[in-house]
Design a protein around this ligand. Structure first.
Ligand code: ZN
Length: 296
């Protein structure tokens, strides 16, 4: 009898012990995904308070950091998606953002408590009931210039942000553009590489079968090389029509961004998502104005 009781006791310990361990292991696994290497730099504060507009509410950064997890619960209506091309000094070229100005913009956003989010997270929040941090925004780069890797990547890492690149696949490994190796490194650091066609054509000026192959070939190549699904697209030159929309849906994309002015908004469908254009001569006042007003 005594032996039976001891044996039963051992069985109980064994069963609960094992299931308890496996539960802990599972939860550890689920939180041990590679985290952004930038998270430790979240508290790096660059003093740009002189550039802060007077009508903006001031933020307590340390307080914000301590409750960041808890803040990731709001359903949002509109979010700014910044869009850049190149981050490089070239006088007179509006598409190339001078690195010092880009750095000042990112320092401003970090100081104000903004958190960059992926397009995946934005898509879930706008169209599938997902949630976002309190002050979310998206950074995007069109075409895949080399300086996105050499210049923008270190600046964004320093400020705790990640970005999305809309890559033209025929440009990959080109002189002024990123290599597969560099793109893979960005992906490993939390960036998204998404679709922007194979050859960057005006999609409304080519026949429908070419449109389909421009979308399909580039999507498949990125997915094969980078090992993640490519669900988002940027229209070259913001050029679209019903044929292009149908081809996008047929190819399996979930959302597409335009060059239309304004914030991404849940009231607008997933194929006409607006973005905030960032250009070389905009200045900090115009930049912050665009971050404050969805209909700037
Ligand atoms: Zn482009």
């Amino acid at each position: 009898m005594r032996k039976k009781i001891i044996r039963a006791f051992l069985v109980v310990i064994l069963v609960f012990g094992i299931s308890g361990c496996s539960t802990i292991k599972t939860s550890e696994d689920s939180i041990s995904k590679p985290s952004s290497p930038t998270s430790s730099s979240q508290l790096t504060v660059i003093n740009s308070s002189n550039e802060t507009r007077q009508d903006e509410p001031s933020n307590n950064l340390s307080k914000l950091s301590s409750v960041q997890e808890a803040q990731d619960v709001q359903a949002v209506q509109a979010v700014p998606i910044l869009y850049y091309h190149s981050v490089m000094q070239e006088n007179g070229n509006e598409l190339r953002m001078p690195p010092e100005q880009f750095e000042a913009q990112m320092a401003f956003l970090q100081e104000q408590g903004y958190q960059s989010v992926s397009l995946e997270k934005l898509y879930q929040a706008l169209y599938s009931g997902g949630t976002l941090p309190a002050k979310p925004f998206v950074i995007s780069f069109d075409d895949g210039y080399l300086d996105n890797y050499t210049t923008a990547f270190p600046i964004l890492t320093k400020h705790g942000f990640t970005a999305t690149v809309f890559m033209v696949t025929s440009y990959i490994n080109g002189d002024e553009f990123m290599s597969w190796h560099q793109l893979k490194e960005l992906v490993a650091n939390g960036w998204e590489i998404e679709g922007h066609t194979t050859n960057h054509p005006y999609l409304t000026k080519i026949d429908s079968s070419t449109v389909l192959s421009e979308l399909k070939t580039s999507k498949e190549q990125l997915e094969k090389e980078l090992g993640h699904s490519v669900d988002f697209f940027a229209y070259p030159y913001g050029d679209l029509n019903p044929t292009v929309l149908k081809a996008l849906k047929d190819t399996g994309y979930l959302m597409a961004v335009t060059t239309e002015r304004g914030w991404a908004d849940a009231k607008i469908d997933a194929w006409h998502v607006h973005r905030v254009y960032c250009y070389a001569s905009m200045g900090m006042n115009e930049f912050s104005r665009r971050m404050l007003n969805p209909n700037y």
